[in-house]
Structures are given as structure tokens and as C-alpha cells.
Ligand binder design. Structure first.
Ligand code: ZN
Length: 470
């Protein structure tokens, strides 16, 4: 197998061939922690999660780094408005981000570095750029990257550096610089703003510098994959490439992946558009976390995805179909013989699922392969063609695919012991036709958020509405 991914820089598919054989190093631009992330932000994070899960499922070792931007203008303004320090503001929103990420079953990145804890790394990178003549200091002590020293600037975003006029917006601020296109690496200290005393002076780093310095700190000067939302291509990632490669003389990143916007009501979901949806609000409105995850994953990462009541309803129905099958397989029992065609069907489904994701994370055919298998297994269950061992094997096959998707309910043995013993007591009551005890135990379980249903194979359970733990 070879996993192939669409690289933004070359504009073509590239095989994942890690610089260190068998070990893929991935960096994802993470949240700016000045408020709660919205589901549009999470689409980009969950796409990186899908990538990491798939690479691991393919047997590769992955080191995944996602930064937490805990220092920028928005945080400084937010902290001032709230009358607290930037640390306190960042702590509050980092906790919320981690909680939302857990709710959506995002794999926890191996390292989540914070900008404020990596100032020395950023200063070291600055010193290299100054020494090599790619950066210069202005009268007020700020440092800028000199774009005219870097002819490759603009390749990622396919911009002609001679035509670049983007600096004009930045030129309106108070930092003087040689060329309007140049971007800030270090901002000199100002009253009322946090600043650090460093070898390059007193001040704070610019946002772009943060990602280059932290990626290099944890993944090396050259690494395999860098992800982010498509809005980060320019200028953020363009600037990352320029400052990194100008400092090290090495290629910074092998493959650049960018996730398209999430849309709502036909427009990009963005705080500035006023059309945002947040995880906690959707849960409060009764949406299931796994349906949210499904809705955010179900379209290919490079295509626009419209987030709507319809897409959430479709996602809810899809997750319920998975739950129903898992419930019937968990409850299934039969003295009959093994189904000789089952192993082939499970292997074919795995093959089709993996091949789809190998092809630039093509999620639609991967989900197609999964739901073809769901239909097939539902038929085999309905026709009582499986043995008890077959049902266990089918369940294991589903859980194997789900290590990539993260959509299935928890295994039955994941229930807390007290609830598991209530379920067992109810199964015994039913076996002895003690319907009064059985009903009482069902009510007791319902009170603990566990819905029990009876089928010909015995009782099944699922968690009612609310969050299904990851
Ligand atoms: Zn970044």
C-alpha cells in the first residue's frame, strides 16, 4: 500500500514516504485560544485527526504536533477586555478546546506546544535570519523578514512576489519597514502588552514565527506533513516556508495539506460572518457528539462542506445505523455453523475502505465501503446465517475500521461496573421470567442514561442522546 496525498505546493499527489522510514512527522496549525473554537475550526482539526488515524492504521508511526496559539493580538485584546492576564485567558480556552476535542473524539496530538513557552526557540530562529541577512531591525526594535531576499516567496500561494501588494494592509500599522511586502517576525515592546527580554531585544514574536520554531523544535528542520485550513495558505504558511528555509537552507515541509472551509447558509463559517456553530451549543440542542463528528468528516477535506440541519440529520441517521448493527452483533447468539463466505466479505470491505483512504483520504468511497458492509451484515444477521463466532469476527472487523473513523459506540465492556452489573441482573431476571424486576432494572438503567431494548437475541443497550464517551 501507498498512501497518496494532494500537496498544495506542487499541486499534485505525493506518496507518503517519510524522511525517517516508517515514522511520519506531522504538524497542524492549532487553535488561537481567545474564545471557543467553532465547528468550522474543528473540521480542519478532525481532518488532521483522520490523516493521523489512517497513517497509524496503515502501520506507520506518527508523531503529531498541534500548536496552541496563546499569544497574539486577539488574545491580548481579549485579556485586557476581561481584566485578566493572557495566561488566565489562554488557560480557560485551552481547557474548553481540549474538552470539545475529546467530545468529538479527536485523537490527542502527541505534543501541543504553547507559543509563550517557546520564546527562546523563536529568538534563535530570528538570530539566524538576522545573521543571514534575511531579516532586519527597524528603528523601534521590531524585526521584519526581507521578502526581496527570498525569490521563492509566493510559490505555495501561487503569487508573483513582484506583484505582491498584500503588505499594504500591514503597512497601515505603526511599524516602519523597508518594503510594504515584508512581514513582521518580532514586535517591539509596547505599553500594556506582554513582552519578553531577549537577545534580539524586548518584545514579542509575530504569529508566523511561532509555528516554524515549534515545528522545528519537535519535528526537526525538515519534516513530512504540515496541515491547516485553506485560509492559512497565505500569508501564514507562505511566511512559514520563507522564514524556515531561509534560516536552515533546507526544505521545510515535504507535503502541504489544506482543508477547505466549512460553510453554513452558503457562506464560510467564520466569526466575522456571524454564522458560527459551537460544539457545546449543538450538544445542548440535543445533537450527539458522534453525529457531529460524522457530519464534519463525511465530505472530502478539499471540498466545501455545508453544515446544516439536513447534514446533521443524515449524520445522525448514519450513526444510528452503525449503532443498531453493533447492538445486534453484540447480542447475537446462534448454535449454527460458521458462514463460509463471511471472512472474504470482511476482507474485501477492509481492502476497499483502506484503498479509498490511501487515495488522498477519499472519505466518500471509504464510507461507501463501510455501509456496504453494514448492509451485508444486517442481511446475514436477519437471515441468521452467522455463528456466534462470526458475529464476534464481524464486530472486530467493524471496530478495526473504526479505529480510523471513531464513530462506533463504546464496547459493552466499557460500561462502568455498577451499570454492567445492573444489565447482568436484568438479563438474569428475564431468564427467570421475573418481568417486574426486569422492568424495574430497565428504569434504573434509563435513569443512568442507558437505554435497554429487547430483541430475540436478548437485551441490547445504548447511551441515551447525550455525549457518548470517547
Ligand atoms: Zn501555524
Amino acid at each position: 500500500m501507498t498512501v497518496q496525498l494532494h500537496d498544495t505546493l506542487s499541486g499534485s499527489l505525493q506518496a507518503v514516504e517519510p524522511l525517517e522510514p516508517g515514522h511520519v512527522r506531522v504538524y497542524s496549525c492549532g487553535p488561537t485560544v481567545y474564545g471557543p473554537a467553532h465547528v468550522g475550526n474543528f473540521r480542519s482539526f478532525l481532518f488532521a485527526d483522520l490523516l493521523v488515524r489512517h497513517l497509524r492504521w496503515r502501520g506507520l508511526r506518527v508523531t503529531w504536533v498541534m500548536n496552541l496559539t496563546d499569544l497574539d493580538d486577539k488574545i491580548i485584546r481579549g485579556a485586557a477586555a476581561a481584566g485578566i492576564g493572557i495566561d488566565a485567558l489562554a488557560e480557560r480556552w485551552i481547557a474548553r478546546f481540549l474538552e470539545d476535542a475529546r467530545t468529538l473524539r479527536m485523537t490527542r496530538p502527541d505534543v501541543m506546544p504553547r507559543a509563550t513557552e517557546h520564546i527562546p526557540e523563536m529568538v534563535a530562529l530570528l538570530e539566524r535570519l538576522l545573521a543571514a541577512g534575511h531579516a532586519y531591525r527597524t528603528d523601534d526594535g521590531s524585526v521584519f523578514f526581507r521578502i526581496s531576499s527570498w525569490p521563492a516567496y509566493g510559490r505555495l500561494a501561487r503569487l508573483d512576489p513582484g506583484q505582491l501588494r498584500v503588505g499594504e494592509r500591514v503597512a497601515a500599522d505603526e511599524y516602519s519597514k523597508d518594503d510594504v511586502r515584508d512581514f513582521v517576525l518580532w514586535k517591539s515592546a509596547r505599553d500594556g502588552e506582554p513582552s519578553w527580554e531577549t537577545a534580539v531585544g524586548s518584545g514579542r514574536p509575530g504569529w508566523h514565527l511561532e509555528c516554524s520554531a515549534m515545528a522545528m523544535r519537535y519535528l526537526g528542520e525538515s519534516f513530512d506533513i504540515h496541515t491547516g485550513g485553506v485560509d492559512l495558505v497565505f500569508p501564514h504558511h507562505e511566511d512559514e516556508i520563507a522564514q524556515s528555509e531561509a534560516a536552515t537552507g533546507k526544505p521545510f515541509v515535504r507535503t502541504w495539506l489544506h482543508c477547505a472551509h466549512l460553510q453554513m447558509g452558503g457562506r464560510k463559517m467564520a466569526k466575522s460572518e456571524g454564522n458560527i456553530a459551537r460544539v457545546a451549543d449543538l450538544l445542548a440542542a440535543g445533537r450527539s457528539p458522534r453525529a457531529l463528528r460524522y457530519a464534519l468528516l463525511a465530505a472530502h477535506y478539499r471540498t466545501g462542506l455545508n453544515f446544516s440541519d439536513d447534514s446533521l440529520a443524515a449524520a445522525t441517521a448514519a450513526v444510528e445505523r452503525l449503532d443498531a448493527l453493533v447492538g445486534s452483533l453484540e447480542a447475537y447468539g446462534s448454535d449454527g455453523p460458521d458462514d463460509p463466505t463471511l471472512p472474504g466479505a470482511l476482507a474485501a470491505a477492509r481492502e476497499a475502505f483502506g484503498a479509498a483512504l490511501d487515495d488522498d483520504l477519499a472519505i466518500s468511497p471509504a464510507l461507501g465501503a463501510l455501509f456496504d458492509l453494514v448492509r451485508d451484515l444486517n442481511r446475514r444477521v436477519a437471515e441468521r446465517r452467522l455463528s456466534t463466532d462470526d458475529a464476534r469476527a464481524a464486530l472486530a472487523a467493524l471496530r478495526d475500521l473504526d479505529t480510523v473513523l471513531g464513530l462506533l459506540p463504546e464496547p459493552a465492556d466499557a460500561l462502568p461496573a455498577d451499570l454492567a452489573s445492573l444489565l447482568e441482573a436484568r438479563a438474569r431476571a428475564r431468564a427467570s421470567s421475573d418481568w417486574i424486576a426486569s422492568d424495574r432494572l430497565r428504569d434504573e438503567l434509563a435513569g443512568a442514561g442507558i437505554v435497554v431494548e429487547d430483541s430475540r437475541d436478548g437485551q441490547r443497550w445504548r447511551r441515551a442522546g447525550g455525549p457518548t464517551g470517547a
